[in-house]
Design a protein around this ligand. Structure first.
Ligand code: HAM
Length: 419
């Protein structure tokens, strides 16, 4: 016998039992985001590799080690999207969305791919809901976007939720700060972990993320970017905070907040949940004013976030969605083709009339069909016989013959008050 195949490591199936809570995530995200004027967007599952190299940043872990990249038949390098911001920015640019009223507010629910080491809450294919507001530099857009994510996560029941907030300033501030930080790291090089030492020039900010005790010691006295912000960036950040305060969304200022993507400028944030283990980030984002320019467009500000659906579900406890009510189960009493065709027609008519209907699909005995109808929670069972159709009310157990064909059955079920 051939070997039984399994889904690849770090991937998971979404089975019907998992689908219901996911629908709740989609429903809440859609209600909150579309209510605030965000409109749904979907971009392709794969993009030109260059989009992520330029957009996400060549020195990031994502681009350096986590992308699923391959060549298509024409020798072009293609990558399964590891995130959604660069693709949405590309779509904004490609479709001339700067001509629309700004900011253009877009949301998505898509799967993403990162070749990471799989563990609890970390997958190689995972799903995100994301929201991007492109075309306005106003601090209120950052604040609103953060509040919307806070609302989504709270409504979904994510437990022990914390918001960490920081500001990275502009690229110039970061460049100046970076020099200061590199000088600090160089001056303490012998106490750093090998990995951090090897990346001092490539990505010195990542040193704040390190677990290595010597490195952590060195970082305690490191200069902080938040203390070096230019006046207008500090003002922008103060405005974001004032709006969050007004909205009553609590946050911790985190001057060492590092995000794994290079496109951020000014506001950055992350929501964590104490209900998650090591992978505690449930969602995060920030402002990316330089991204569209990086992709070959005009200078265009933008801000947004993404939240992992698996992590939302892991941190939200279990809240079952109500199953849809089954109005009618169509059972067939007999072997003749005519009966089966009549039953088939009845199910179609019932659905066209707005009823939820299921049809016997496995050739069960009459007893088996009634059992299946009860298991499915059907309110009515129609038993199609050669001489008539019998209609049984599953709640009262009453049964009566219906003359007048399938339409009369649909009529009786509708009249039964199921709609
Ligand atoms: P990110 O922080 O890389 O940001 O990912 C956002 C969220 O996706 C994380 O907080 C986490 O919940 C989930 N996530 C990330 N990687 C995995 C994984 N391997 N397995 C399961 N869940 C994962 C972004 O992707 C940015 N595009 C967010 C953004 C939008 N910034 C501005 N606009």
């Amino acid at each position: 016998m051939p070997e039984k195949l399994q889904s690849p490591k770090g991937t998971h199936d979404v089975l019907p039992a998992d689908a219901a809570p996911r629908l709740a995530v989609e429903r809440v995200a859609r209600k909150v985001l579309e209510g605030a004027g965000y409109r749904r967007v979907e971009t392709p599952t794969f993009e030109a590799t260059e989009l992520f190299a330029r957009g996400v940043g060549a020195s990031t872990d994502i681009v350096q080690k986590e992308m699923f990249t391959f060549e298509d038949g024409g020798g072009r390098s293609i990558t399964l999207r590891p995130e959604g911001t660069a693709p949405v920015a590309r779509a904004y640019l490609q479709h001339g969305m700067h001509k629309l009223p700004q900011p253009v507010k877009l949301w998505y629910l898509s799967s993403f791919f990162r070749n990471e080491r799989a563990q609890a809450g970390r997958f190689r294919q995972f799903w995100q809901i994301g929201a991007e507001a492109i075309g306005s530099a106003e601090p209120v857009v950052d604040a609103e976007s953060i509040v919307l994510l806070h609302t989504v996560l709270t409504e979904l029941g994510v437990q022990d939720l914390h918001l960490r907030l920081g500001s990275l300033g502009t690229p110039q501030t970061r460049a100046d700060y970076r020099e200061k930080l590199v000088a600090h790291l160089r001056a303490n090089e012998d106490r750093l972990s090998e990995e951090v030492r090897g990346r001092i020039d490539l990505n010195p900010l990542r040193a704040f993320d390190a677990d290595h005790p010597g490195t952590r010691e060195v970082m305690r006295t490191a200069p902080l970017l938040m203390d070096e912000l230019a006046a207008e960036d500090a003002e922008h950040f103060a405005e974001v905070r004032a709006h969050l305060d007004a909205a009553g969304v609590p946050y911790d200022l985190d001057p060492t907040l590092v995000r794994g993507l290079d496109y951020y400028a000014r506001t950055v944030f992350e929501f964590t949940s104490g209900a998650l283990g090591a992978q505690s980030a449930v969602g995060g984002g920030g402002r990316y004013d330089g991204l569209i320019e990086q992709l070959g467009g005009p200078a265009t500000p933008g801000t947004g976030w993404a939240a992992g659906i698996e992590r939302i579900l892991l941190s939200a406890g279990h809240r079952p969605e109500p199953e849809p009510v089954l109005d009618l189960y169509v059972a067939i009493d007999g072997e003749e083709r005519d009966l089966r065709v009549t039953g088939f027609r009845l199910a179609q008519r019932a659905r066209a009339a707005g009823l939820n209907a299921q049809l016997e699909l496995a050739g069960r005995s009459m007893k088996g069909q009634l059992k299946q109808a009860a298991r499915s929670g059907a309110r009515y069972v129609a038993v199609v016989r050669s001489e008539e159709i019998g209609l049984k009310d599953m709640e009262s157990g009453e049964q009566h013959p219906v003359t007048g064909g399938v339409d009369a059955v649909v009529h009786d079920v509708l009249r039964g008050g199921t709609l």
